[in-house]
Design a protein around this ligand. Structure first.
Ligand SMILES: Nc1nc2c(c(=O)[nH]1)N[C@H]1C(S)=C(S)[C@@H](COP(=O)(O)O)O[C@H]1N2
Ligand SMILES: [Mo]
Length: 256
């Protein structure tokens, strides 16, 4: 494993000092919850791998539960099926010819099969999903970790958000979509989940691939992902607010 060079730590500390020194370093987690600080951290100049690593090791994980805590019933919400004929044909074939596109502000755009994704470094986590509609459920999720995937794809310096394009429309004219910043993209519990409760994702829960971004509310957890685009801004996408529900008035930052 490559070690973090001291020079990077020094330049990180220098920047930290410029922002208020000890208070900045000591209160890292609280500060990371403030939108303006998150915005600052998302700026390209901050996003060398080593800086990300230093920040993220300080971040709390969402609470993880045990097998005994698993909900006997996990509600499926929002879209529970997809009308798109191309998706339905893929589902018929067990998603063997489905592909995930990763493009936008990346060094090496990719087209990945489910087998490709299953071969990547994975993480399994038992977490509680909280929907703004007033229900929660505990489920077990396994998926490809975003951090090593993004490191192999390579983000361009201008990249600040990942936009997840989904296959469903939820009664609207255009597809469901969501966006997360790079703080959440590189969070250790952020995974592209292909298994739920030890079995391949079912269609109601977002087959074949959905986002788990455990420090955010339910609507950020995009199901039926077909494309991930790295962008510098989401202002020009759809309604401009960064997501299907955000365009309809929900907060973009849905941290819990
Ligand atoms: N593509 C897509 N993703 C989606 C939704 C949706 O309708 N379409 N609904 C969101 C909402 S509001 C919630 S609470 C969760 C529900 O996930 P579940 O069906 O696995 O419970 O998915 C989120 N992701
Ligand atoms: Mo939700």
């Amino acid at each position: 494993m490559k070690r973090t060079p001291n020079i990077s730590r020094r330049s990180f500390l220098a920047r930290g000092a410029a922002l208020g020194g000890a208070a900045f370093l000591g209160g890292c987690d609280q500060l990371s919850q403030s939108p303006s600080f998150r915005d600052l951290l998302s700026k390209a100049e901050w996003l060398t791998q080593n800086v990300q690593r230093l920040i993220l090791t300080e971040r709390d994980l969402a609470r993880e539960y045990t097998e005994a805590d698993l909900s006997t019933h996990f509600k499926a919400n929002g879209s529970t099926s997809v009308a798109d004929p191309a998706y339905q044909a893929q589902a018929q074939n067990g998603f063997s010819d489905w592909r995930l596109t990763i493009d936008g502000l990346v060094d090496r755009p990719a087209s990945l099969s489910l087998a490709d994704l299953r071969a990547l470094p994975s993480r399994t986590q038992i977490t509680r999903h909280d929907c703004v509609e007033g229900w929660s459920a505990i489920g077990k999720w396994t998926g490809a970790q975003m951090t090593p995937l993004l490191q192999s794809i390579g983000l361009k310096p201008e990249a600040r958000y990942l936009v997840f394009n989904c296959a469903d429309k939820l009664g609207a004219a255009s597809n469901y979509y969501e966006s997360i910043d790079l703080i959440d993209a590189f969070h250790p519990q952020t995974i592209l989940a292909y298994d739920m409760n030890n079995a391949p994702l079912t269609v109601p829960h977002g087959a074949p691939l959905r986002l788990r971004v455990e420090r955010q509310l339910g609507y950020k957890h995009a199901k039926y992902i077909q494309r991930i685009e790295a962008v510098s801004s989401y202002a020009m996408i759809e309604g401009g607010a960064g997501g299907f529900w955000e365009d309809r008035g929900y907060a973009w930052y849905a941290g819990i």
